[in-house]
Write a protein that binds this ligand. Structure first.
Ligand code: TNX
Length: 531
């Protein structure tokens, strides 16, 4: 009897030895139970992919092949065969929509999700297990994981106007987000310094507005020097990127900057701006960069733009910006003043609100909802279904949630990765110096006096990478993004009580930085090498 107890104890301790194998998953899953044993990838390796995920089958197969070293045989179906890896949707799973179960045992690898996005999240975890430092290639330890996100919206914005990133670079960026279980790519497609999306009914937006430098309508800026600089995405490019992202579980939200940040528009179609003689500058020092709110034809132009954009992006939201508008343009413009008098407005915020309400009618007409920067809360009511991207600070997000709007928390002080990462590094400084530790410290639902109902309005988190300072080889874009986005992914996904910097840092440095390197990302290392 004693002997058998001893044996049992020995056996159990061997189990706990197995449990010590670190999987280093980022973002940290809700629950992980490891047990003794490992699944050795057989050859031939068979994988089964649910019909609902058939568009993602290539993506899944490539990932499995890279991480196991074996080229799998794929079949589309519902049944897990012997020694298979199966990726199946199971609507009956008792988990949130994006949740998944991942089980590795002697019968194979089972990835189940309530939805296709859930399955893809489980797939990412599997890839991370394969690439954990302590896991040898060709075999994976037995484990049972149950996991789901804290927030529905886990986004990242990339500014493709100040610098133009080509289609392949954007696709890579999307791949890296998918690897972190992020689910929204906010595509900043227009700004003062370049209009990047083809609008067929307004060809000059890209014929002229996508280029800057000698002989072009836009002045050289942000590192374009005395060369012609620019580029844009054709509508075919956009469709390709949207489909690419969808196969990876990512929705793409377009942003069309209005009514400010619009120098590329007024340079292409000067009549869109206010007819004024003064040189009024925006925060970034741009002139003539505001749409005239009093020019009725402008709403027809906006209708054309929003119609074409709606047709290209299946996502429910279009971002219509609204940040940093120099309203002094409207104060000097006869048409805007006439509108103001006609409507009985007493300040220019009301004009701004008038503009957004008109635009929202157009967005409604194309069956979309609007997202906007937090400034659009000023000057009057907007549609109750408007989503607010709160960028100026946590208090702006709280205000928005309190007013009842669905809100994305993206305070520049924590989630703007164009900010420098230390005193000596390159980047903006206006919001903060934000290294990975500070980025990780961000809590999207602060202990403010928000009721549980109000807290529910904070539907997610997002990071932003503005590109004024990314005027060097692509690697600076990567250097600014990672590993801060790895930190963001955990803020958006993992439970608040599971957040712990030392633990995250351990997983990051033990395995995850190597994963980033394997993806080809020129991330910022610890300690950093400043560029
Ligand atoms: C503010 S955030 C901006 C951008 C700049 C950024 C630089 C926001 C809605 N507007 O136009 O690129 O700061 O950090």
């Amino acid at each position: 009897m004693r002997k058998s107890i001893l044996l049992l104890a020995l056996f159990l301790s061997s189990l706990s030895f197995v449990q010590a194998q670190k999987l280093d998953i980022i973002p940290k899953p809700v629950s992980v139970q490891q047990s003794a044993g490992q699944f050795v990838f057989p050859s031939p390796l068979k994988i089964v992919v649910d019909k609902k995920l058939k568009n993602s089958a290539d993506y899944i197969t490539t990932g499995i092949s890279k991480s196991s070293g074996i080229n799998p045989i794929v079949s589309i179906g519902k049944k897990h065969g012997k020694n298979n890896i199966s990726f199946l949707v199971d609507k009956k799973l008792n988990l949130p929509d994006e949740g998944y179960q991942l089980e590795i045992n002697e019968k194979g690898i089972f990835v189940k999700g309530k939805t296709d996005k859930g399955v893809l999240n489980g797939f990412q975890t599997l890839l991370q297990i394969c690439s954990a430092k302590e896991v040898k290639k060709g075999a994976v330890p037995y484990v049972k994981i149950e996991d789901y996100p804290r927030f529905d919206w886990r986004g990242m914005m990339l500014d493709c106007s100040r610098q133009f990133f080509d289609k392949q670079t954007v696709k890579n960026y999307i791949d890296w987000l998918a690897a972190h279980k992020m689910n929204v790519f906010h595509w900043h497609l227009t700004d003062d310094n370049g209009w990047r999306i083809e609008i067929k009914s307004l060809p000059d937006l890209t014929l002229k507005g996508a280029w800057r430098g000698p002989g072009e309508v836009l002045l050289p800026s942000y590192g374009s020097g005395d060369k012609r600089y620019g580029g844009f995405y054709t509508q075919e490019d956009i469709k390709e990127v949207v489909a690419y992202a969808a196969d990876r579980g990512i929705s793409v939200m377009p942003e069309i900057e209005i009514p400010g940040h619009s120098r590329a528009v007024t340079a292409s179609y000067p009549e869109v701006g206010c007819a004024i003689t003064q040189e009024l500058k925006s925060v970034q020092g741009e002139v003539k960069n505001v749409w005239c709110v009093g020019r009725e034809e402008n709403y027809d132009l906006l209708d054309s733009i929003i119609r074409e954009v709606s047709g290209l992006f299946p996502f429910e939201y279009i971002h219509i910006a609204g940040d940093e508008v120099n309203r002094a343009n409207w104060e000097h413009c006869p048409k805007c003043q006439a509108l103001m008098a006609k409507e009985g407005f007493t300040d220019s915020f009301q004009l701004q609100n008038y503009f957004f309400r008109r635009v929202q009618t157009i967005v409604d007409k194309y069956h979309k909802k609007t997202d906007g920067w937090n400034e659009i809360l000023k000057g009057g009511e907007i549609n109750p279904n408007t989503l607010i991207s709160a960028w100026q600070g946590i208090s702006y997000g709280i205000e928005s949630a309190k007013k009842g709007y669905k809100t994305i928390m993206m305070p520049g002080q924590f989630t703007y990765y164009d900010m420098a990462q230390s005193e000596t590094e390159r980047g903006h400084r206006w919001a903060a110096i934000t290294d990975t530790k500070r980025a990780y410290s961000f809590e999207p639902i602060p202990d403010a006096d928000l009721t549980p109902e109000e807290q529910k309005n904070i539907i997610g988190v997002q990071g932003a990478l503005w590109s004024e300072y990314l005027d060097r080889p692509a690697r600076i874009m990567e250097y600014q993004s990672y590993p801060r986005i790895s930190a963001l992914s955990e803020i958006g996904w993992s439970k608040k009580e599971d957040k712990n910097w030392d633990d995250f840092y351990g997983r990051l440095t033990n395995s995850h930085l190597q994963r980033l390197a394997n993806m080809g990302i020129a991330f910022r290392d610890f300690p950093p090498t400043a560029i």
